[in-house]
Design a protein around this ligand. Structure first.
Ligand code: MN
Length: 301
């Protein structure tokens, strides 16, 4: 599973290292965004990666993203600190707590809100998490919306020999499989790496493979990356080897490219401009629904 020996494993070349920029989103919170960025519209099948925080909110300061629609892709929220309350037009209500993931397939369309819960708005505190957008195949863009919620203890966790930790949310890393049922094959893992630990990650041939360092510094197939940098691996064959001289917190992402045309505008990601216009028309006509009043929802954790 892990080794400190130098093996003859094939390593994918590093294609590029992207330094994330900062951007304001939702109700005005600042995110660190590796992509999309200048010259990188998407990293097929991934459309966006946002790191929310870490930020320390005072009482009354925490903000989120009030009611907005999505169609044609999936939003994946992973919370490390603080909490996010989700409400959507299917009636789902859930609080995403530290270590938990919400994998939302917007499909044909939902309206949702992503807000700090009332106790966090009142008391403030540290907020830190990620949102990933995963594209859907043309044939799946209008599938019914689906919501999968996972608590921290549901993820496959591997203790690395020198004290690091690997948590697999989806797909397989170093022999450990995550519980999320993804619509297209996707790997998503969080590694807390310390000196002396290595992770050997085998990525299926032709898949996009990304390593985002959000704390400390890591060596990715021999290239150094520091906090706020995304390493994009070449889409060839071979694996990804991770190590650190100090400590590092990293996300691993892999997925099969869809190689389909993309038309995106704000919260909608389709294949053609006509489909985007249709999404706006449907949203304005109320066809994506509205969020039921608080208290009437189905608690799906
Ligand atoms: Mn959203």
């Amino acid at each position: 599973m892990t080794t400190t020996e130098n093996t003859a494993r094939m390593q994918r070349p590093v294609a590029r290292v992207i330094t994330a920029h900062r951007q304001t989103e939702g109700g005005g919170f600042v995110v660190r965004r590796p992509f999309p960025t200048a010259g990188v519209d998407q990293l097929d099948p991934f459309l966006l990666l946002d790191e929310m925080g870490p930020v320390d909110y005072g009482p009354g300061e925490a903000i989120g993203a009030p009611d907005h629609p999505h169609r044609g892709f999936e939003t994946v929220t992973y919370v490390l600190d603080g909490a996010m309350e989700h409400r959507d037009s299917t009636g789902a209500v859930g609080v995403i707590r530290p270590g938990a993931v919400q994998w939302m397939t917007a499909g044909s369309g939902v309206v949702h809100s992503e807000m700090p819960p009332e106790n966090v708005r009142r008391a403030g505190g540290r907020s830190h998490g990620f949102q990933l957008w995963v594209n859907l195949r043309a044939e799946d863009k209008m599938i019914p919306p689906r919501y999968q919620g996972f608590e921290a203890d549901q993820f496959t966790r591997v203790d690395l020999p020198a004290g690091g930790k690997l948590r697999v949310l989806a797909g397989e890393v170093a022999g450990a499989r995550g519980p999320v049922e993804t619509t297209i094959p996707v790997t998503y893992a969080h590694v807390s790496l310390v000196a002396g630990d290595t992770v050997e990650w085998d990525v299926a041939r032709g898949e996009t493979a990304l390593v985002y360092v959000f704390e400390g510094s890591a060596e990715v197939n021999g290239s150094d990356a520091v906090e706020g940098q995304l390493v994009v691996l070449d889409r060839s064959t071979g694996g990804v080897d991770l190590a650190t001289g100090g400590s590092a917190e990293v996300l691993l992402l892999a997925g099969q490219p869809l190689n389909e045309p993309i038309a995106r505008y704000g919260p909608f990601v389709m294949n053609t401009r006509e489909e985007i216009m249709q999404a706006f028309d449907d949203y304005q006509a109320g066809k994506l629904g509205t969020i039921p009043a608080p208290g009437s929802g189905i608690d799906r954790g």
